[in-house]
Write a protein that binds this ligand. Structure first.
Ligand SMILES: C[S@@+](CC[C@H](N)C(=O)[O-])C[C@H]1O[C@@H](n2cnc3c(N)ncnc32)[C@H](O)[C@@H]1O
Ligand SMILES: CC(C)=CCC/C(C)=C/COP(=O)(O)OP(=O)(O)O
Ligand SMILES: [Mg+2]
Length: 292
């Protein structure tokens, strides 16, 4: 028989944050309720905390004078965010319904749901935020897929997944909150040999020199710590994760940002993304790696 835990029972078995920083990040995401995320998620019930890629369908938007324009703009931004998750899933390799995937830093669970809908597999999400985990588990119940998709409050650097038990795993815009060597070591531990790891992330470009003022602004805005492209490749190489594809998605994400900057849902961080992508100091990349 399965019974739900009371919050007192749950807090007795869920350890506190591993560091004071992780406590801050848990609080940040527990309190987060930005319309740019909730109103986009309301379009079709897939709630994302990542950005979009692909060309804007200007024909579908009509003109700003149109009374439905704002609604269409929100739907278009959401379409581009879901397109980003589809591209991540395209790089997970062969996944069968018997497989288990891990969504590390799963947010409200949009990517987890999409992975289950595409592959029929099990997806285990981890997040520091109890509000996000509850939200994701509620959505999974509403969709009737709670037996396949679940989220739990857990540090992605110290997960309960058994060694070699996971077919594929990913970080969708969640790796800038952790030490990369610790992160790649944990994915490497729970992935099967021959399994696949994918990250989509913003990283600073070593060709620029050091993190630009825009990168510093993004770090301050989200309380995160953006790594360089070089650090990703080094941490993977040191942890038996061999890149199979490194794709610069920067040109593909700029249209999303330029459209978002015109909307009523702006949050103030749009300029930093647009300017850093344009001056070359910051890049939006996908890295897919084989666990060897
Ligand atoms: C920007 S959101 C991305 C959410 C999701 N991947 C998506 O694409 O919608 C960052 C997520 O990383 C999670 N996170 C940050 N540090 C973490 C850690 N140490 N362990 C687990 N989750 C973490 C946060 O709780 C949050 O859910
Ligand atoms: C690419 C980088 C550096 C990402 C930082 C992590 C992050 C906060 C992603 C988007 O979350 P969100 O969807 O909650 O943000 P917003 O409210 O801006 O849409
Ligand atoms: Mg968002």
């Amino acid at each position: 028989m399965t019974t739900e835990l009371t919050s007192t029972e749950a807090s007795a078995i869920i350890p506190g944050p591993a560091t004071p920083y992780q406590g801050d990040i848990a609080r940040y995401w527990n309190a987060e309720a930005r319309p740019v995320n909730l109103r986009l998620g309301d379009v079709d019930g897939l709630y994302h905390h990542h950005y979009g890629i692909g060309a804007v369908d200007h024909a579908s938007l009509g003109t700003p004078e149109d009374s439905e324009y704002e609604k269409k703009l929100i739907a278009e931004l959401h379409r581009l965010e879901s397109a980003q998750a589809e591209v991540l899933l395209d790089h997970l390799g062969t996944v069968t319904p018997a497989d288990t995937l891990v969504d590390a830093g799963c947010g409200r669970g949009g990517s987890s749901v999409m992975a289950h809908q595409r592959f029929g597999c099990h997806v285990r999400g981890v997040t520091l935020s109890s509000t996000q985990a509850e939200f994701g588990n509620r959505r999974a119940r509403e969709l009737g897929i709670a037996d396949h998709v679940s989220a739990q409050v857990c540090n992605m650097l110290d997960t309960p997944f058994e060694k070699g038990s996971v077919t594929a795993s990913w970080n969708n815009e969640s790796s800038m909150y952790v030490d990369l060597d610790d992160l790649m070591a944990e994915h490497s531990r729970f992935l099967k040999v021959g399994g696949r790891y994918v990250t989509i992330t913003g990283c600073w470009n070593p060709k620029y020199g050091q993190p630009s003022k825009w990168v510093s602004q993004i770090n301050a805005h989200f309380e995160c710590n953006i790594h360089s492209r070089r650090e990703y490749l080094k941490a993977m190489a040191d942890n038996r994760l061999v890149p199979q594809a490194v794709i610069d998605l920067t040109p593909d994400t700029l249209p999303y940002w330029e459209l978002r900057a015109t909307s009523s849902l702006v949050t103030g961080i749009e300029e930093a993304f647009i300017e850093s992508y344009k001056d070359g100091s910051f890049q939006y990349v996908l890295i897919a790696a084989d666990r060897v």
